[in-house]
Design a protein. Structure first.
Length: 253
């Protein structure tokens, strides 16, 4: 850290101010996001998880005098797409086979703030009443473990392999249908995509799924600007006054 009495010569960002992004579903986190955030990361396995969070956050946003459209809620979505459903599932199974129990449990422990190595890996996902590092991820994993009867190791492998967000594995049409359903049923305003099929996942998605979404008028064909703020359709941040000391300086070539 240092102090300098000189003029700040760094130009203002083209988008006015950086986009304020929040992640976390604790009560304190939700209140902060509703008041200040312009994008919220949401975690859930399906519409039943995502929709209550979406509706709650939109309600909170309006309670602070903001428009619901002032803040976009993005759901994590793991996508594994193939020309056929069989190909897609084979891709996912191969990638998940590369994840060991030890690595999966270690990764999950770090993300939820609990040392899961203290519990039997063949036992159920432990239930904690106290606050954990990431309540949203933990609750998602606990629900997944209970609903599918997964052991701690199996739950951790599922998370570390594909992430805690909702996932879809299938043909291009199945993936597009899933995304359209979550969007139209108010589960999310958009998605943070991650791919369970390795580095080629993004290319597969752009080649196979994007054209279908564009045909359905659910994916843009061009971008309105060059900044993140413009891409999200958010209003430009506050513009600083033009009469500033730095503006009186002449540029010497």
């Amino acid at each position: 850290m240092c102090k300098d009495a000189g003029a700040l010569t760094t130009p203002q960002s083209a988008q006015g101010r950086p986009v304020i992004i929040q992640a976390g579903s604790s009560e304190r986190g939700r209140e902060f996001a509703a008041r200040w955030a312009e994008m919220i990361f949401a975690s859930g396995t399906d519409l039943n998880d995502l929709q209550p969070f979406y509706n709650d956050m939109k309600r909170r946003i309006t309670s602070f005098g903001r428009s619901p459209d002032d803040c976009a809620i993005l759901s994590g979505l793991r996508v594994t797409v193939g020309e056929t459903e069989t190909i897609a599932r084979e891709k996912l199974e191969f990638c998940n086979s590369l994840m060991s129990d030890e690595l999966a449990i270690g990764t999950t422990s770090k993300h939820i703030g609990i040392d899961l190595t203290l519990f039997p890996k063949d036992g159920p996902m432990p239930d904690f009443e106290s606050e954990v590092g990431s309540r949203g991820i933990y609750q998602t994993l606990l629900s997944l473990s209970r609903e599918e009867g997964l052991s701690l190791a199996e739950t951790a492998r599922r998370y570390a392999g594909v992430g805690s967000g909702s996932g879809v594995t299938g043909t291009p049409e199945q993936v597009a249908d899933h995304m359209q359903h979550l969007f139209e049923e108010r589960g999310a305003d958009g998605f943070m995509l991650n791919f369970g099929s390795g580095p080629g996942g993004l290319e597969d998605f752009c080649r196979l799924v994007v054209p279908i979404l564009q045909e359905r008028k659910l994916f843009r064909s061009e971008y309105p600007g060059t900044t993140v703020r413009e891409t999200l359709g958010l209003s430009r941040g506050p513009v600083y006054p033009q009469k500033r000391p730095v503006n009186s300086l002449e540029t010497v070539a």
